[in-house]
Design a protein around this ligand. Structure first.
Ligand SMILES: [Mn+2]
Length: 280
């Protein structure tokens, strides 16, 4: 999958002056949460707070920490969140869900049940007259051979079918443990590494050399909040997460800004002082 040379292009035009919202990396259901429902409730409170003003909602991946759907069975949990997405689409608010590396195995349940449009690849979208390169952002700027093979493996219908034959109790327990294990041993994501080291920033710069520059690159995955000018016209925005930052981007009349929901500034600064973000 070469996202540099073959981006999808689409225009999402909206008539009103309402806002378009972007969030990512909620990792709902992660076993490392002490009180997972509190995290889900916070996301739902945010969605309630924007509902009257929202013309479209973009979920840029890793919305759910682990998801695999079987022909007649889906993983337990996420009731409030999925219900809220259904409420949005029933009221005519567009919801776009870009899959990340954690929620890669969404098949047709989310679209059928919640009305969200699922996108399995990043691409160029025109929103409020601005061109936006949207993607979860895993692999961008460092799509190594190993990464390409792993992506091919995870996306292979044959592998997916074989995985679906494993009993869900076993498969889900294994996947959740793997996810928690990679967090415990793996590492941590550092804070912003600098323009010359951040893969997504390097990807964006390379993209701009080979294509007409979009107005915005908007990515998730890194669990940092970043709003950086790449040129006089182009900015890259990395959305943070809903584990530590509770952050989102909002576009109104073509102006994009990054903000946080229900943040106690003093506590937040204290938590950020150790200089690392937990890796998901
Ligand atoms: Mn990710």
């Amino acid at each position: 999958m070469n996202e540099v040379s073959s981006p999808i292009e689409a225009t999402h035009s909206f008539s009103s002056h309402k806002a378009v919202y972007f969030i990512s990396d909620m990792h709902l259901g992660a076993t490392s949460f002490d009180h997972p429902l509190d995290y889900e409730r916070r996301v739902v409170r945010f969605l309630d707070s924007i509902k009257a003003d929202c013309q479209a909602l973009y979920l840029l991946g890793d919305v759910i920490d682990y998801w695999f759907e079987y022909k007649y069975v889906v993983p337990r949990g996420f009731t409030r969140f999925l219900g809220k997405l259904g409420e949005f689409t029933d009221q005519g608010i567009e919801v776009h869900w870009f899959t990340g590396n954690h929620d890669i195995w969404i098949f047709d349940y989310i679209e059928k049940e919640t009305g969200a449009q699922v996108h399995r690849q990043g691409g160029l979208y025109t929103i409020q007259g601005k061109t936006c390169y949207l993607a979860h952002g895993h692999g961008l700027g460092h799509d190594t051979v190993a990464f390409k093979w792993m992506t091919r493996f995870f996306n292979s219908p044959v592998c997916q079918r074989m995985f679906s034959w494993i009993h869900p109790n076993l498969a889900t327990a294994f996947a959740l443990r793997w996810s928690a294990h990679s967090r415990a041993t793996g590492g941590k994501y550092p804070n912003f590494l600098g323009e010359d080291k951040e893969h997504q920033v390097l990807f964006a710069k390379q993209y701009m050399k080979e294509h007409p520059a979009p107005d915005f690159f908007i990515f998730g995955h890194r669990h940092i909040m970043l709003d950086l000018m790449l040129s006089r016209q182009t900015r890259i925005v990395i959305l943070g997460d809903w584990i530590q930052h509770f952050s989102y981007a909002v576009m109104r009349d073509g102006n994009l800004s990054l903000d946080q929901f229900e943040i106690d500034e003093s506590l937040y600064e204290e938590e950020q002082r150790d200089g690392v973000s937990i890796c998901f």
